[in-house]
Design a protein around this ligand. Structure first.
Ligand SMILES: [Zn+2]
Length: 322
C-alpha cells in the first residue's frame, strides 16, 4: 500500500511539473477536410488554465463541442452553450471555404456577440458570400443592410505586431498562405512568450509558386530556436502518392516533411526541432468511410526521413495541451 503510494507519487511528480509547464489547451472540434459534415476544420485554443479562448476556424462547432464534452475535453458539467457563449471569445478564420466556416454560419442565430479576426480579404468574403441576406442573414457589421451586428469583423494586417484577442490572454498575428492560388492564413497565437501556430489550408511553396511558407518559416524559426513554439497545427489532406497537379492547394506527408525540413534549415539547430508537436488535421475522409486515409498518413509520417518532430493525428474532441 505504502509502496504503491510512493510509486504513484514518484510518477505524479514529473507529470505535474510537465503539466504545469504547458502554455496552451487545444481541443480539436473538427479535424477533417471536407466531404462529410460534422468534423470539418475547427480548433478551440485557450491559454492554459484560462476559461475564455478562441476558435481557430469554425467548420464545425456544436458537434465538436458535444464530442469534446463527451470525451472530457471540457470540465464535467459544461454545457455546449457554455463553450459556445463563454469559452469561445472570438473566431480566427483562415479562409472562407465552407469547410472552415460552416459551423459559424449555422450556429450564428444562437451565438453570443464576438469578433471575427481575419485578413481583410477573408472578412470581405464572409460579408459578401455568406452574411449577405441571400446565403444567410447578415449577422455581421459590414455588407448588405440591415446589419444585425452579432459579429464584429476585425481585420488583421499581415505580419503586424500581435493583436490582443478579447479576454483570452492571447494575442494573434496573421501570415498569408497560398491555397491553390486562393488566400489562406496562418495564425501565430501567443500566450506571453509562448506561441502556437494554427495554419489554414496550404500547398507547398514549390507547387503553389509562392514564397508564403518561406516567409512564415522565417518568422517562426527564431521561436523554435528559443524553444517558445509549443506546437504547429497544420493540414495533411491526402496520403502519398499524389500528383502535384492534383494537390489543389494541400499537403501530403512527403510535402509536409519537405516543408518542415525547410523550417528546420532556417532554425539551424536540428535538436531544436526534436519532439516539436506537429498536429495534423484536415485529412480528407473517403465517402465510403473507414480509417484508411488516416492510417496511411499516420504510417507515412512515421516512415522514412524527415525532421525529428512529433506528429499527432488530431481526434475530434480529444483535448491536447502544449
Ligand atoms: Zn479546407
Amino acid at each position: 500500500m505504502r509502496h504503491s503510494a510512493v510509486a504513484a507519487l514518484a510518477c505524479a511528480a514529473p507529470l505535474s511539473a510537465d503539466a504545469a509547464s504547458r502554455a496552451f489547451d487545444v481541443v480539436p472540434l473538427g479535424v477533417e477536410g471536407g466531404v462529410v459534415e460534422g468534423s470539418t476544420s475547427a480548433w478551440f485554443i485557450a491559454r492554459r488554465g484560462q476559461e475564455q479562448g478562441l476558435a481557430c476556424d469554425a467548420g464545425t462547432l456544436v458537434p465538436g463541442i458535444r464530442a469534446a464534452i463527451a470525451k472530457g475535453g471540457f470540465p464535467t458539467g459544461t454545457r455546449p452553450s457554455d463553450v459556445l457563449h463563454r469559452r469561445i471569445g472570438a473566431y480566427l478564420i483562415t479562409h472562407p471555404h465552407l469547410d472552415h466556416v460552416a459551423g459559424l454560419v449555422m450556429v450564428s442565430p444562437d451565438d453570443s456577440p464576438k469578433p471575427i479576426f481575419a485578413l481583410p480579404d477573408v472578412n470581405a468574403a464572409l460579408a459578401a458570400d455568406y452574411f449577405n441576406w441571400s446565403a444567410w442573414p447578415n449577422m455581421g457589421d459590414r455588407g448588405r443592410p440591415p446589419l444585425l451586428g452579432r459579429y464584429h469583423y476585425q481585420d488583421l494586417t499581415p505580419g503586424a505586431p500581435p493583436v490582443p484577442v478579447e479576454q483570452s490572454g492571447l494575442t494573434v498575428t496573421a501570415f498569408p498562405l497560398s491555397h491553390s492560388g486562393a488566400l489562406s492564413t496562418a495564425f501565430l497565437i501567443r500566450a506571453g512568450e509562448e506561441a502556437l501556430l494554427c495554419m489554414g489550408d496550404t500547398g507547398p511553396d514549390a507547387v503553389e509558386h509562392s514564397a508564403r511558407l518561406t516567409s512564415l518559416w522565417q518568422a517562426v524559426a527564431p521561436l523554435v530556436r528559443a524553444g517558445h513554439l509549443r506546437a504547429i497545427i497544420i493540414e495533411t489532406s491526402y496520403p502519398d502518392p499524389r500528383k502535384d497537379a492534383e494537390l489543389f492547394g494541400h499537403l501530403t506527408p512527403s510535402w509536409l516533411k519537405r516543408e518542415l525540413a525547410r523550417l528546420g534549415d532556417l532554425v539551424g539547430e536540428p535538436a531544436k526541432m526534436a519532439g516539436l508537436p506537429v498536429v495534423i488535421g484536415h485529412i480528407k475522409p473517403s465517402v465510403d468511410g473507414g480509417p484508411q486515409n488516416v492510417e496511411a498518413i499516420k504510417r507515412q509520417l512515421s516512415e522514412g526521413d524527415g525532421p525529428p518532430v512529433r506528429y499527432i493525428i488530431a481526434e475530434q474532441g480529444r483535448s491536447l495541451a502544449f
